[in-house]
Write a protein that binds this ligand. Structure first.
Ligand code: ADP
Ligand code: MG
Length: 463
């Protein structure tokens, strides 16, 4: 089909919608990009399926109507889930160096004024500048940025939930720090739910509950970490409920973090739960391989630690649980290197992190292990499996190997394509899809895959 350039209409539609919808909402949700068009369809690139689904639900019709207005044609949108081609690494919030010229107005850059002294209860090291954005957290990070820019106007409360070590506390403090740096008058209170509870109990004991209530109800921004701690603490819940109402009614921003979705907190009063769920609740997912690499590089850079790429790579491949564990691995290497006065090398990393790696989910599974076990299982040669032949007796085992590799390693489909004899990532995706379809019809295949995975893991454990 003929390609056609609708980009001028696209840009105009964006400009108008930004005004109609409001900059806030627009920045968060219009995370989509023009990627080409045919006469009837515009292809748009979105960074993840999450954005795509949210966009389709809330804005697809609005955007299509706007484009119809401008072009006089009924154009439909076709979504491609893909990160921006220009940035192979996950986007990072740019760090502004003191020598940089004054930035254009942007949500992500700090203002050029000198930094204020530290806020007494905010951790100065937890800032947007230090936070690496990847697919797993971009929605939460962008929402946090929007809130820091205009606290109390939208998304109140803002609640970040997710497993341990994924950056909840970091994002919450980043909001506080950004506001603290930009606005001298804003009264920010930041504490953990545990501290809130302890202070409340103390105030009852000291008969100072009145002062306690006043303190929290005067906040312009209230940040409370780990509200899961409030489970079963009925008195504290009651107190927070009233504080919440007072702040909410006066448009004061509240930010909470929680280790799981609020709906899963069992011992929480229904009325407090409904307050928490009122604004925007977002989750943080574990980072993918690329983001893990970017985080490690950033941490090494900030600590002025020379870490070769092969070392960040091996850590990122082996530790996939959370960011805290990544940091811990890097700290361990750093401490060792300082102690023995050597630079960090791959050998040192392998040796020092042996225990950490062996506990990790996938051990040291390599594509080579998978290919060898699959070749053995289907009684074909390793060379054929990796090679160009496309006969059925080779193509199917190859698809099985691709599927397993995608499931149990951290390789991206592009990397897998390279490992599988220089194939394109779409071939890998197609192969995996074929297996997924077949798995639905053929229960025997699941058993086969299970056996192969077990054998691969055994082989990998032996090294
Ligand atoms: P949580 O509160 O979710 O348990 P934290 O916010 O304490 O996790 O994060 C754990 C550690 O990982 C912190 O040192 C934090 O700075 C770091 N961290 C988490 N996510 C990121 C990220 N995206 N970029 C940089 N560092 C991160
Ligand atoms: Mg935390």
């Amino acid at each position: 089909m003929n390609e056609i350039d609708y980009s001028p209409f696209w840009n105009e539609a964006f400009k108008q919608l930004e005004q109609e919808i409001g900059e806030h909402e627009f920045t968060i949700w219009f995370n989509i990009e023009y990627a080409g068009a045919t006469p009837d369809t515009i292809r748009v690139r979105v960074p993840s399926s999450f954005y795509r689904d949210q966009f389709i639900k809330a804005y697809q019709k609005i955007l299509e109507a706007k484009l119809a207005d401008l072009t006089g044609k009924n154009l439909s949108l076709e979504f491609i889930v893909e990160k921006k081609p220009a940035s192979p690494e996950p986007a990072k919030i740019p760090v502004q160096k003191p020598s940089d010229p004054a930035p254009a107005t942007s949500a992500t850059t700090a203002p050029p004024r000198p930094a204020r002294s530290k806020h007494p209860s905010l951790r100065a090291d937890l800032t947007f500048e230090n936070f690496v954005i990847g697919e797993n957290n971009s929605f939460a990070a962008n929402a946090a940025l929007a809130i820091a820019k205009n606290p109390g106007t939208a998304y109140n409360p803002f609640l970040i939930y997710g497993g341990v070590g994924l950056g909840k506390t970091h994002l919450m403090h980043s909001i506080g720090n950004r506001v603290w740096q930009e606005s001298g008058k804003t009264k920010i209170i930041c504490l953990s739910a545990e501290e809130f509870t302890n202070e409340f109990i103390q105030s009852i004991h000291d008969k100072t509950t009145h002062a306690f209530k006043n303190k929290y109800r005067q906040a312009d921004i209230l940040l409370i970490d780990d509200i899961n701690f409030l489970e079963k603490k009925m008195g504290s819940q009651e107190e927070l409920f009233h504080t919440f109402n007072a702040l909410y009614d006066t448009n004061k921003q509240m930010v909470f973090t929680c280790d799981r979705p609020v709906s899963e907190l069992k011992n929480l009063s229904d009325r407090l739960r409904s307050r928490f769920e009122r604004g925007l609740n977002v989750d943080l997912q574990p980072p993918n391989y690329e983001t893990r690499c970017a985080i490690l590089r950033k941490k090494a850079e900030d600590a002025r630690l020379p870490v070769p790429a092969e070392v960040t790579d091996i850590i990122a491949r082996n530790i996939s649980t959370n960011v805290r564990d990544l940091e811990a691995a890097l700290m361990k290497l750093s401490a060792y290197a300082a102690l023995v006065g050597k630079e960090i090398t791959l050998e040192i990393a392998q040796q020092q992190l042996k225990d950490v790696f062996s506990q990790s989910k996938h051990g040291n599974v390599t594509i080579d292990h998978i290919l060898r076990v699959v070749a053995d299982h289907f009684k074909i040669s390793y060379g054929d499996l990796k090679g160009k032949k496309r006969t059925k007796n080779i193509a199917f085992p190859r698809q099985v190997a691709m599927y397993i590799a995608r499931e149990i390693t951290e390789y991206s489909t592009t990397e897998l394509g390279l490992e599988f004899g220089g194939r394109d990532h779409t071939t890998v995706m197609h192969g995996c899809q074929k297996i997924e379809e077949r798995l639905k019809l053929d229960p025997g295949l699941e058993t086969t895959i299970h056996q192969i995975v077990t054998a691969v893991k055994e082989m990998s454990a032996k090294g």
